[in-house]
Design a protein. Structure first.
Length: 122
């Protein structure tokens, strides 16, 4: 269980880093963090398979899981707003340059669910 908690904590830290990257509109950093989140999620799923009990039955872990899900959903929403803003702003920029940046931003989240961590409990 301790390894699961450790990995869950790492995932939470990555979400905070992702929040900062989105706020600074640093798409390259967001992409790097998404790769790390995917790796962390694989590790978390592996740890979960080895557990004999459901970690959500332990209230302190359940609270952390809820916090992580909330952060993931907030980041997704914030990123979605950023993409929308870029669509609005692109009308004043050269079409090709704006289009490339928007495409890159869209691709950053296109392969993920709204809440990657919620899949742990499906």
């Amino acid at each position: 269980m301790s390894r699961f908690i450790e990995v869950l904590g790492s995932y939470e830290h990555l979400l905070h880093a992702e929040t900062q990257a989105i706020a600074s509109k640093n798409i390259d950093l967001v992409e790097e963090i998404l790769i790390k989140k995917d790796e962390c999620m694989e590790d978390m799923l592996s740890c979960k398979k080895q557990l004999k009990t459901d970690p959500r039955e332990i209230s302190s872990i359940d609270v952390l899981i809820e916090k992580v899900i909330e952060l993931q959903q907030r980041n997704f929403s914030t990123f979605s707003l950023l993409v929308k803003d870029q669509k609005v702003k692109r009308s004043g920029k050269p079409k090709e340059k704006a289009s490339q940046k928007l495409k890159k931003m869209r691709l950053t989240y296109s392969n993920s669910d709204q809440s990657r961590i919620s899949s742990l409990w499906d």
